[in-house]
Design a binder for this molecule. Structure first.
Ligand SMILES: Cc1cc2nc3c(=O)[nH]c(=O)nc-3n(C[C@H](O)[C@H](O)[C@H](O)COP(=O)(O)O)c2cc1C
Length: 476
């Protein structure tokens, strides 16, 4: 029998010591969770003892609370009418900002001509919390800048007189066709960017229409995103954070396999949360103490991360699914070799877009490291069963051309996907983003002398300056 609670009873639990909130008519005891909430304790405490649905829905899917908290935390139902409503000062920041911004006119999509143009619009559109969450990197954010610097440090060596019309940009990604050598990287909390529909579902639809593959994040509403596929045979990859509960993780893998996932991308670059100070400053301003000893490991323990994950865990993940397994977040040639030896079907050279460990070397440098120290991983026979992908700082067609010429099967695009949905652009923004990248890739392939992706070869780039930065301390 469902327990019915009264609003007055809920209102008594409005402190750190006993914190209840109402979400979609259900009362949740979140006392033990507030310290682990990735968005900070303050944001929950502001809605303690009240109906938090509005604030919660700004950022989360309805399923998240059910998936995250133990079922015994759900205390019963309540008639929301008996619950005090949020005061204006407690309303979600997004709503307040949109009121303030009533008069702001965002540029028409036709005036957006480069990937970075979307970022400028996003910075104006997003709430401070949303902007900080999307754009932030760890510590001093050197790794974000470094990823882009490395692309610039590599020059193209265009070949001429090669008959470059038409240009074919198609590739095969883990056995599935893609119209470009790019895919949409997994990024959580698309809701900040787009509110009119489930953001991750919109990304899936746009990917389908553009013939691209989207790797949805663990935090997505899985059924909805799979349901948003719009093209016959459209494939989606699934990014996996294992969390600490193995059985729960196995159930999740089986669920997405059944829903039709075409590959599992296991994220391994974040055993704990990186220190993202833009986020921290916002939480600190709301009264949270973000500097807690051991806080990072503790935070990860309740959430999706798992500091205890090791190479041995690949065995049970492998046994749970027959889907291709890609290790996302490889940052050294040593780990690339290990991933291959453990039977992975691919790797993503990634430092999580600079969000985990600051000053971690750029993914492009890791690719050069592999070229120097383990070139066999890029040889023709290995490439058939082990694809090397790369993400971080990809903003230009030339970035894509350079990465592919040096051996990447495809590159992932993260933040731009989120930015392109802002200001109400939604699917139109995503498709504009792809159109920009498509035009740049086609143009730069032709200018480099390649009429198909296979013709992009290492000799088309001069990476010697960047190669000077490749580590000589590799131990294989
Ligand atoms: C806001 C945001 C959320 C992210 N969420 C996830 C995630 O849930 N899982 C994951 O594996 N990577 C996540 N990433 C990392 C991306 O998949 C990708 O590695 C990174 O964004 C690539 O760099 P770029 O943003 O410069 O393109 C996230 C990145 C951002 C910016």
């Amino acid at each position: 029998m469902v327990t019915m609670l009264d609003g007055a009873e809920v209102a008594k639990h409005a402190s750190r010591e006993s914190c209840w909130v109402v979400l979609h008519g259900k009362v949740w005891d979140v006392t033990d969770f507030i310290a682990q909430h990735p968005g900070g304790a303050g944001v929950i405490l502001r809605t303690a003892g009240q109906d938090a649905t509005e604030a919660y829905d700004e950022v989360h899917s309805p399923e998240l609370v059910v998936d995250t908290l133990p079922s015994e935390c759900c205390l019963g139902s309540v008639d929301p009418a008996t619950i005090p409503s949020l005061k204006d000062s407690q309303k979600p920041a997004q709503e307040q900002k949109q009121v303030d911004q009533g008069a702001v006119q965002f540029p028409p999509l036709t005036s957006i001509v480069s990937v970075d143009d979307f970022e400028k619009v996003a910075q104006t559109y997003l709430t401070p919390t949303g902007w900080a969450y999307y754009c932030s990197g760890a510590d001093d954010e050197y790794s974000i800048a470094d990823a882009r610097r490395l692309f610039r440090r590599i020059a193209l060596r265009p070949r001429i007189l090669r008959r470059v019309e038409p240009v074919c940009t198609k590739i095969n990604l883990l056995g599935h066709p893609s119209s470009l050598p790019i895919y949409f990287s997994p990024t959580g909390l698309g809701k900040y960017a787009y509110k009119d529909a489930d953001a991750e579902s919109v990304i899936a639809t746009a990917a389908g229409k553009e013939g691209l593959i989207y790797c949805m994040p663990t935090s997505a509403v899985h059924d909805a995103v799979f349901g948003a596929r719009c093209m016959p045979g459209q494939r989606l990859f699934f990014q996996l954070y294992t969390g600490r509960d193995r059985e729960r993780c196995k159930a999740l893998i089986r669920k997405v396999e059944k829903l039709g996932a075409a590959a599992i991308f296991l994220t391994v670059d974040s055993p704990v949360l990186g220190k993202r100070e833009r986020d921290d400053r916002i939480k600190a301003a709301e009264g949270d103490d973000v500097i807690v000893s051991g806080g990072l490991a503790k935070k990860s323990s309740m959430g999706l991360l798992n500091p205890l994950l090791s190479w041995e865990d690949l065995d049970w993940i492998r046994e749970t699914t027959s889907l291709p397994l890609v290790i996302k977040g490889v940052q050294t040639v040593e780990d690339a070799v290990l991933a291959y030896a453990h039977g992975a079907n691919g790797i993503v050279l990634s430092n999580h877009g600079g969000r985990s460990q600051d000053t971690a070397q750029s993914p492009m440098l890791t690719l050069l490291e592999i070229r120097r120290h383990a070139p066999s991983l890029l040889s023709a026979p290995v490439k058939d069963r082990f694809q090397i992908l790369l993400d971080g700082g990809v903003r230009r067609g030339t970035d894509v051309v350079k990465a592919v010429a040096l051996g990447a099967a495809a590159v992932g695009v993260g933040r731009p996907v989120l930015y392109s949905m802002c200001a109400g652009y939604g699917e139109g923004g995503l498709r504009r983003l792809v159109a920009i990248l498509r035009a740049e890739i086609e143009t730069n392939m032709a200018l480099a002398g390649a009429s198909c992706v296979e013709e992009l070869v290492p000799e088309m780039v001069n990476s010697e300056r960047a190669e000077n930065e490749v580590s000589r301390r590799v131990k294989l």
